[in-house]
Design a protein around this ligand. Sequence first.
Ligand code: ZN
Ligand code: ZN
Ligand code: ZN
Length: 94
Amino acid sequence: MAYIGHRCTCGHSDLQHRGAQTGGGCTARAGHPCQKPCGPAPEPQVIPTFNLHGRPVERVLAPGAGFPTLQKGSSYLRTCDCEACTALYAEVAG
Ligand SMILES: [Zn+2]
Ligand SMILES: [Zn+2]
Ligand SMILES: [Zn+2]
């Protein structure tokens, strides 16, 4: 599986930031800032994720789609659905 997102200048993806995009404060360290400086959201890119067996899965989540989470009640992740991400998704998903 892969998703489209913005990788922040701190090195983490927008999923580890408060809000849909970077710049809202990184929460990579168990909900705490990673202490590296966050920049404005850069151009989106396809970021691979891995399934439980560690193999990449050829599927790209649509912008704004929720991630399948293992535990209900844990913070629900959604991919960024800004215009840039939607445009990139249209390119890669054809
Ligand atoms: Zn970070
Ligand atoms: Zn950051
Ligand atoms: Zn975006």
